[in-house]
Write a protein that binds this ligand. Structure first.
Ligand SMILES: Cc1ncc(COP(=O)(O)O)c(C=O)c1O
Length: 422
């Protein structure tokens, strides 16, 4: 297969590339969620993206309301990010490991400018799970305690550390034993209070459980958690890998309650949808635990200039285009339309909920959710269920989505619900 094609493909090339892609995917790739051959009509080959649109190899355009699980907050190929990354790519894509890189420093400075309170120092990595790994290590180093408390049905990643605090037995049990962690119900501050013991280093929590099925906690929960963690002398790690950077209608999910975590984890949207990127951020005081030995936590591709450039440009776009505010406005429009559909199809939809542009539709049964996602796919709209809760289909479009595109989505959803209601 030829690499780096930018010209339009002939029909014969489209056929050939598709068939090679299916064969190689089947033979050499991890089978998720099923073998490509079983995917049926949704087995199509992706080819290009622009804004809210993703195109397949034959030019079919999908309205991307999945948004790469939160990666495409700025849409596909935002021009500002592409321009900055291209310049870096042409000059110095990866770093020497020895000299100081100006754009890595600039990305960290810009990040410190948008995170809550006195969070300042950051470690940059390549994924969400790595950000959580770093946070757990930092919490142990700082507190000199060993165990963690997390929430049932949470999702923090699948490497050993982050999996240890991911609240789903299906992913944990086959590879146990993991790090010591206790699980308490999400939204239940009293249960957290009870679960903390003398060896607890930190509590890790998402402001909204994304993969758990888009669950919002009761009002005041995060502030109460903050109070408990401070009083009991444990760290509050907030995982904003999905909720962060504008998704919920404010820059961070914790901003809805004016809470400052001790350690904040980010990834997904930080990439600008262009270069994989994650980060953990903490205060100078907590970061001092890394100082005795800065090599406690490193990674060859960590702090790489290509990703840092993408992140720095992303932060610029988020603030200059006021995308958090836009997400709040578009989210209200989306939610109003969804509530109307919920009233019209109560036998199919059990609930709709969310904040900003992190929205979930809970179906009465898993099958209804699967069929709705298929009907939407047939209508050129991408959505997917949440990882821990297949009854919930998430709607997570780029934050740049327009009112007309929200209305287009709602009309296609109405068609899909009508089709499966029959
Ligand atoms: C809240 C949260 N934390 C952590 C992760 C793991 O991130 P990654 O898949 O980049 O390792 C995810 C991924 O969905 C997530 O939603």
């Amino acid at each position: 297969m030829q690499l780096g094609i930018t010209r339009p493909l002939t029909e014969a090339e489209q056929d050939e590339l598709s068939s090679e892609a299916f064969d190689s995917y089947d033979a050499y790739c991890n089978r998720w969620p099923k073998s490509v051959r079983e995917w049926g009509p949704s087995a199509v080959v992706e080819w290009s993206g622009e804004g809210v649109w993703l195109r397949d190899i034959r030019g079919r355009a999908f309205l991307d309301c999945l948004g790469g699980y939160g990666v495409f907050a700025l849409g596909h190929r935002h021009p500002r990010v592409i321009e900055a990354v291209k310049a870096q790519l042409d000059r110095l894509p990866l770093h020497s490991q020895k000299l100081v890189n100006p754009y890595v420093a600039e990305a960290a400075r810009r990040l410190a400018g948008i995170v809550p309170g006195n969070l300042r120092k950051s470690f940059w990595c390549n994924s969400g799970t790595e950000a959580v790994e770093g946070a757990l290590k930092l919490a142990r180093l700082y507190t000199k305690k060993k165990t963690f408390v997390s929430t049932t049905n949470s999702f923090h990643g699948k490497s050993f550390g982050s999996l240890s605090v991911t609240g789903r037995a299906l992913f944990r049990d086959p590879v146990a034993p993991l790090l010591p962690a206790r699980f308490v119900p999400f939204g239940d501050a009293a249960a957290l209070e009870k679960a903390i013991d003398a060896d607890t280093a930190a509590f890790i929590v998402e402001p909204i459980q994304g993969e758990g099925g888009v669950h919002l906690p009761p009002e005041g929960y995060l502030a109460k958690v903050r109070e408990i963690c401070t009083r009991r002398g444990i760290l509050m790690i907030v995982d904003e890998i999905q909720t962060g950077l504008g998704r919920t209608g404010k820059m961070f999910g914790v901003d809805h309650e004016g809470v400052q975590p001790d350690i904040l984890c980010l990834a997904k949207a930080l990439s600008g949808g262009v270069v994989p990127c994650g980060a953990l951020v903490s205060t100078d005081e907590i970061w001092s635990a890394f100082h005795p030995m800065p090599l406690f936590h490193t990674s060859t591709f960590g702090h790489n200039p290509l990703a840092a450039t993408a992140a720095a440009a992303t932060i610029e776009v988020l603030t200059t285009e006021k995308l958090p505010e836009r997400a709040a406005r578009m989210g209200e429009r989306l939610m109003a339309g969804l509530r109307e559909l919920w009233r019209s199809y109560p036998k199919v939809l059990a609930e709709v909920r969310g904040r900003g542009l992190l929205v979930g539709m809970e179906f009465v049964a898993e099958e209804a959710g699967i069929r709705t996602a298929e009907e939407l796919f047939a209508r050129d709209v991408l959505v997917a269920h949440t990882l821990n809760n297949p009854r919930v289909v998430r709607i997570e479009p780029p934050l740049i989505i327009t009112e007309e595109q929200i209305d287009l989505f709602l009309s296609k959803l109405r068609g899909a619900l009508e089709a499966i209601g029959k």
